[in-house]
Ligand binder design. Structure first.
Ligand SMILES: *Cc1c(COP(=O)(O)O)cnc(C)c1O
Length: 435
């Protein structure tokens, strides 16, 4: 600065130097941009480019979608189409539940919109503590820690608990967030074939070389709908001195007579050391994740789990709706019963019609088509019939294992299920999947 407060460098030259700097950046971005464009093109050429499908109603069993692909009003932007939704994780139909919406609204009025803090600084309200207590009660565990998502719960689980002296033995079909969580941890990694207990036993024998061992598994595997054999896993864990971690994201609220998950199904309530789960599926479909289990494990996660220490607290309204969710599920078994009835009805009729359905013990029903192109054609034809599903193929599922995944909900009416089955039969006949 000069004595009269004017900058010594004149504005013109400063602007020049900014511009020069910016241009260099632009040139650098040119190369990177080309690289990105090429990568995106490769994804498109492989037929793997994902487009978001836009819904213009609340999430529910019946929704309205904006579909630029349907003839409709070409040139006028989007056409609207009413469809029955069979691809949401909205297993209990709670995503648009009035009681949850009211609970969220009331708590937003009482406790505000956001926390603007992580939990341990000033991001903990009574609502968060109450939700943690309620989740512990639901699973019969000692304590619970909340996260922004189950992706974070799994991402921040292993690294604080285990070192390079220890071992993680992970099912080959575990969710991406478990895989990432394991990657962030220095423990020795073992992988066993999906649900293969002989393979798990072999890996447990190898892992005797390490100090502590954790077996990590999904409760329900999302592409097939099969349940992990938790009873056998538990037996092997006892035999080979291992802890067990189960991710109940697709199983909690769904599996077990009262929807308490795989620990209910196998009568292992309170016996599994670590359970993770989400509020984003059966439990209301919003956001939020948790780890629940042994007191000392949860306590150490509160001290050292990075997504908990360095990421924002969930809003009080979400926590309040979470509390309400568990109240609804404990008050009555109506939703769980309806989900089980709906799933059994759907699977039975689809099998009777001649479809090849993967054995399922959840609300996920994989209709096997094997051929990737056929799965896409089939799903598109179903949408024209007003049935909203997704066709999956390699690399989401193994090569030659393409399928349509149908997710049944307690919110589906008998009429909606019948329409879906009829549409499957119509398209299945047309595309010669059914003989
Ligand atoms: C959906 C899912 C998650 C991620 O849950 P979010 O709360 O959406 O992050 C984690 N694990 C499994 C097994 C899941 O199915």
């Amino acid at each position: 600065m000069t004595t009269d407060g004017q900058p010594t460098v004149n504005r013109q030259s400063m602007l020049m130097s900014y511009r020069c700097h910016y241009n260099k950046k632009a040139i650098m971005y040119n190369d990177f941009q080309k690289h990105l464009q090429q990568t995106l093109q490769e994804i498109k050429d492989a037929g793997l480019y994902k487009n978001e499908r836009v819904i213009i109603t609340p999430q529910s069993s019946g929704i309205k979608v904006a579909t630029p692909s349907l003839e409709g009003r070409a040139g006028e932007g989007f056409a609207e189409q009413e469809v029955i939704n069979f691809c949401a994780n909205n297993y209990l139909g709670l995503a648009d539940n009035k009681e949850l919406i009211d609970a969220a609204k009331a708590r937003m009025d009482a406790r505000g919109y956001g926390m603007a803090s992580v939990r341990f600084i000033c991001g903990t309200q009574d609502t968060h503590k109450e939700l943690e207590r309620v989740i512990s009660d639901f699973f019969g565990t000692e304590d619970t820690i909340l996260y922004a998502a189950c992706f974070d719960a799994n991402g921040g689980l292993f690294e604080p608990l285990l070192t390079e002296e220890d071992a993680i033995i992970s099912d080959a079909l575990n969710h991406a967030s478990i895989i990432d969580g394991v990657r962030l941890c220095k423990a020795v990694r073992y992988r066993y074939a999906n649900g293969d207990m002989a393979d798990l036993e072999a890996k447990l024998q190898e892992a005797q070389a390490q100090r502590f061992r954790i077996i990590a598994t999904d409760g329900v595997f999302s592409m097939d709908g099969n349940v992990c054999p938790l009873d056998k896993i538990y037996e092997l864990a006892k035999k080979y001195k291992a802890l067990v971690m189960v991710d109940e994201s697709h199983s909690a609220g769904v599996v077990g007579k009262t929807g308490h998950g795989v620990t209910e199904l196998y009568d292992l309530r309170g016996k599994i050391e670590i359970i993770t789960g989400t509020l984003g599926k059966a439990f209301g479909g919003s956001v939020g994740g948790f780890t629940t289990g042994k007191k000392e494990i949860i306590d150490l996660l509160r001290q050292r789990s990075r997504p908990y220490l360095f990421s924002n607290s969930i809003p009080p309204m979400i926590a309040a709706a979470g509390i309400k969710t568990f109240e609804i599920l404990t008050r009555s078994n109506e939703l769980q019963d309806r989900l089980h009835e709906n799933t059994a009805y759907f699977v039975e009729r689809m099998k009777a019609a001649g479809f090849d359905i993967k054995p399922t013990q959840s609300a996920i029903c994989a209709v096997m088509l094997y051929d990737a192109r056929l799965s896409q054609e089939f799903a598109a034809a179903l949408q024209e019939e007003g049935i909203y599903v997704t066709g999956f193929y390699y690399p989401v599922v193994p090569k030659g294992q393409a399928r349509i995944r149908v997710q049944v909900s307690a919110a589906h009416t008998r009429e909606q299920l019948d329409k879906c089955i009829a549409a499957f039969i119509k398209i299945g006949t047309k595309l010669a999947v059914l003989k």
